[in-house]
Design a protein around this ligand. Structure first.
Ligand SMILES: [Zn+2]
Length: 428
């Protein structure tokens, strides 16, 4: 008889039915039906919970969790230049990055995320945490024109990124990405070096684009063009480019994005909190541009909760467009799951045979989810991350009955508080 690695008994799969079992083999969903009796190394009792795909967070700076809550109520440029960059200059180290990543991965697992796309410094430290925790991440060193602790010149940043690529290329759950920070922090020459590295290695490029009006003005005065036009003019845009934010684009620029097959990481809560604006996401969707959802760093959100993010996204665009259909619940859910995995090149985001076994079990036996008429819409508009009971990544159970299985949460919180004391002391 066929044996499985994991068997999840008795779940509800929206659109498919109730009382179903999900059998997992070698990290993939192998069978879905009622009453699977084959032997399995591990059996989970689903208890009638909803089985849903887990979330893919396509734009983060994971280690910034340690700076969460500092500099509230400032616009982006003041927040970056007066608060965040000085603190990063003082504190960022391989240990800071590791400990911040630990805190963020604990929060991500708790809220049902099994893949994130990260841009920061000392990403080897993030990679170790991700592998230990048993989730997935596309990781890249931020590449800049100005010196930081990581490198002094653009060429040094590129060398640093190259070493990271050599160390992690070909790994299963951690994959390198090339991350030039933005058009206003990277010269055309730096962008060209980053693109050459990414194209040569067959990797994604991940960059911030058109986040604020002041960025658009800055790029225009530097290069005589708006960010998307500038990036196109220097030959940077292509189907392997993931652009975060994309708030301030005109119609012609949206056509360029579509033509080039560029992917978008939409970060609605960060854009709202930093007063950056509202990205024209319904237009992107209607044009067939692939859009994923990101929380951005925890310091600008202030959390990594994808359920909250997707609910905000759906409601924000209805309000901004005066249309209840601007982004419907199913589209919002797909953006946060299947689209994000597709951007990362991972076949997950659906509870279907042959897909990667990245999924969550969500408890609907709570007052705010009853009565349950339309599971997806009700998850989008009223579920909370505390309803997520179990999280599975590539067939591995990383949270069960709200207990983290791969990380010591008490220790993670202790470490985070220690950093909090040090950073707080430097602020006074
Ligand atoms: Zn960002």
């Amino acid at each position: 008889m066929e044996g499985f690695d994991l068997l999840i008994k008795n779940v509800v799969i929206p659109g498919r039915g109730e009382g179903l079992d999900i059998a997992v083999k070698e990290g993939k969903i192998a069978r879905i039906e009622a009453g699977i009796e084959s032997p399995s190394s591990q059996v989970l009792q689903g208890g009638g919970k909803l089985a849903l795909p887990s979330f893919a967070n396509v734009h983060t700076h994971a280690s910034m969790t340690l700076l969460r809550g500092i500099g509230a109520d400032l616009p982006l440029m003041d927040w970056l230049q007066k608060v965040i960059w000085p603190l990063e200059g003082k504190f960022v180290s391989p240990e800071f990055v590791r400990d911040g990543a630990l805190l963020s991965v604990a929060e991500m697992i708790r809220s049902g995320t099994t893949l994130f796309m990260d841009m920061y410094f000392f990403e080897e430290s993030v990679a170790k945490v991700v592998k230990e925790a048993g989730i997935r991440a596309g990781l890249g060193f931020g590449i800049l024109d100005f010196p930081t602790k990581v490198a002094g010149t653009p060429r040094e940043y590129i060398e640093r990124a190259k070493r990271f690529v050599e160390e992690f290329k070909g790994e299963d759950t951690v994959f390198p990405v090339i991350c030039p920070h933005a058009a206003y922090t990277c010269s055309p020459k730096t962008l060209a070096m980053a693109k050459e590295l990414a194209d040569g290695e067959g990797l994604l490029l991940h960059i911030h684009v058109a986040e604020t009006q002041s960025e658009v003005e800055q790029v225009r005065s530097q290069y005589g063009n708006t960010p998307v036009r500038h990036l196109e003019r220097v030959g940077f845009l292509d189907s392997n480019v993931l652009c975060a934010h994309m708030v301030w684009l005109d119609e012609e620029e949206i056509e360029i994005v579509k033509e080039k097959g560029v992917k978008v990481a939409h970060c609605p809560e960060s854009n709202l909190k930093l007063a950056s604006g509202v990205a024209p996401v319904p237009t992107y969707i209607s044009k067939g541009i692939l859009v994923g959802l990101g929380t951005d760093g925890a310091a600008s959100n202030d959390n990594l909760d994808m359920l909250e993010e997707l609910s905000t996204m759906a409601k924000l665009h209805k309000g901004a467009n005066l249309s209840a259909k601007a982004i419907d619940a199913r589209t919002a859910f797909k953006i946060a799951t299947e689209n994000g995995f597709a951007i990362a090149g991972v076949r997950a985001g659906r509870i279907e045979e042959g897909y990667e076994a990245d999924l969550i079990l969500l408890d609907t036996e709570v007052p705010h989810l009853q009565p349950l008429y339309d599971p997806i819409a009700q998850v989008v508009y009223s579920a909370r991350s505390s309803d997520i009971d179990t999280v599975i990544c590539k067939g591995r159970v990383v949270m069960e009955k709200r207990e983290l299985r791969t990380l010591d949460e008490e220790e993670v919180l202790y470490i985070a508080k220690r950093w909090g004391e040090r950073i707080r002391a430097s602020l006074s």
